[in-house]
Design a protein around this ligand. Sequence first.
Ligand code: LM2
Ligand code: CA
Length: 452
Amino acid sequence: PAAAAPSGTKTVIANLFEWNWPSVASECTNVLGPKGYGYVQVSPPQEHVRGNQWWVAYQPVSYRIESRKGTRAQFQSMVNTCHAAGVKVIVDTVINHMSGQDAGGTGWAGSSYGHYNYPGIYQSQDFHYCGTSGNEITSYYDRWQVQNCELVNLSDLKTESDYVRSRIAAYMNDLLSLGVDGFRLDASKHMPAADIAAIKGKLSRSAYIVQEVIYGAGEPIGPGEYTGNGDVHEFRYGKDLARMFNNERLAYLRNFGEAWGYLPNSKAAVFVDNHDTQRDVGGVLTYKNGRTYALANAFMLAWPYGSKTVQSSYTFSNRDAGPPSDANNKTLNTTCFSGWECEHRWQVIANMVGFHNATQGAGVSNWYDNGYQHIAFSRTGKGYLSVNDENFAINGRSYYAGLPAGRYCDVIHGTFSNGSCSGPVITVDSAGWFAANIPAHDAVAIHVGAKL
Ligand code: LM2
Ligand code: CA
């Protein structure tokens, strides 16, 4: 877990992308808390432009906490319910820009707006007009453009201005007053790190911060320059992990992390996919990859690099299509496994959150690989994971786990609760070894938190 993350063993984040507030609240109580998730990340809560596409949330028109996902009262109630379940709340916070419609209109909650006019909040003098065609970013190799031009026509706030900084901080302080614990700062690359630092300096109390800075080879703005403000997303992680599963070798993962040129472990925030990469980045593993996706998440949760986020998605085939919603585009309550994928509930993923928590702080030892797609390792004295992503079963092998002798629940295939295991039990002998058969594209995982 990153140093900036609040302490404690429960540090895994579930990103309940586009869920409405009542559904987030009940998921905190019924699933996230009991399964050991430490945080829920929620989609942007502020008033946004109208429409059915998911991305209307990324076009603020006011800072009223009133959106297709629910009212301010429902948001407050969700935060309280999640806290009661031991789950902290991280808010996706859109502060680089406002809306992108040239025409303007009326927002979700009734506020009128123009492209560069948000009555009572921002006027034309509060935005950048960088002078390129359409004031659009035309080159990611030009630092100044990336931070002073428009990202897909979104009116770009003058985050260097004290007024704008204060207005943004007022919104974030309002969220803090409702009890939120952290912020995912959308489009952070499009704001100078110093502007984010100045906004952070206006916050009423400390909060977890994770910045979205997409690494791009050869670009002048890199994720490393934002670590002074808090955590930063390590976008190379999910792309490389998918490549190892799809085209290369899991055996190469033995030093996955900083040795791959990534952000420092203590600052990196990682995921297999997020709401953007699952739509826009070819090759990245998503729920559509089924079992392989589960294995990639199992590896992430078992491997000690970065703060981990598990993505939870609604089912989509069209890139722009929004979540299940009513005729007015109000988001419906979540119905897992029907219109919603609920990856965070998948047996493998949810149980590996328990593995993550039980092995926190333990180093990696006993690495094994067959040179290709079969790997295994211990989290010293606490747990053991073996992944077989070969096209064939690996039978009759013994593995050195170095764990205390005893009977352990294989949490890939069974759930441990009230002292019993709903799946196969693995016996570790007095020398620390166990025997297992692992089918193709499958795994075995045991840990001291699921010992019979
Ligand atoms: C992000 N991080 O930096 C979000 O993670 C990403 O999902 C957002 O893009 C983006 N930055 C802006 O917050 C999404 C979506 C875009 C969508 C924008 C704005 O990926 O497709 O753009 O939100 O809603 C859409 C249209 C685009 C149009 C724009 C403005 O796709 O064609 O631009 O609205 O009307 C003319
Ligand atoms: Ca900007």
